[in-house]
Design a protein around this ligand. Structure first.
Ligand code: ADP
Length: 188
């Protein structure tokens, strides 16, 4: 059983680490970014609403994201837990997650915060070449992160649920550091 959040700025390596961790803990990797990109590619009703926000590097409105997560966290594969990647990204989303977890009688084991300096994020994102990775959009996403998402470090830190991990190290070293940190907090 593990209910985890992988947190950090765009380009911190959340997705890469999430794949490792979801295998190790046998829990589904739930990436709101991936869910939105799939919805956009398939032009579902959600995708049509989200597309413009993704293209501009803005956050999708909270109510759309919260509905998406609410539906996802009641799927049967989340019984052993989950790994959230890209959610919550705003304080209202974090409050909504609290309410949702209470309503389904579940807890949160740990929030892993990947710490990477802005210069390195910019370099990594420019090298990645995803559709929303043009320089102007990347800069906007970093700014949105600092304005709207970084306050969650305090939110979870005050509740003693947050572990900082140096995300600037090599991929395998980051994975090892996360696993070592989680060994202290997870039963078994
Ligand atoms: P990155 O990790 O590079 O920031 P993601 O794949 O997590 O990228 O997200 C891509 C985009 O999807 C975001 O820029 C945003 O538009 C949208 N998105 C993803 N998760 C959320 C969320 N929790 N709230 C609002 N928008 C989101």
């Amino acid at each position: 059983m593990a209910s985890l959040i992988i947190f950090g700025p765009p380009g911190a390596g959340k997705g890469t680490q999430a794949v490792e961790l979801s295998t190790r803990f046998a829990v589904p990797h739930i990436s709101t970014g991936d869910l939105f990109r799939t919805a956009v590619a398939e032009q579902t009703a959600l995708g049509v609403k989200a597309q413009d926000y993704l293209d501009r590097g803005e956050l999708v409105p909270d109510d759309l994201v919260i509905d998406l997560i609410r539906e996802r966290l009641v799927q049967p594969d989340t019984q052993p837990g989950w790994l959230l990647d890209g959610f919550p990204r705003t304080v209202p989303q974090a409050h909504a997650l609290d309410e949702l977890l209470t309503s389904i009688d579940r807890g949160l084991d740990r929030v892993i915060n990947l710490v990477v300096p802005d210069e390195m994020l910019l370099e990594r994102l420019l090298g990645r070449g995803r559709k929303d990775d043009s320089e102007a959009v990347i800069c906007r996403r970093l700014q949105v992160y600092h304005d709207q998402t970084a306050p969650l470090i305090r939110f979870y830190g005050d509740r003693h649920q947050l572990t900082d991990i140096d995300g600037s190290a090599a991929v395998e070293d980051v994975t090892e550091a996360i696993q070592a940190a989680l060994d202290n907090f997870l039963p078994g």
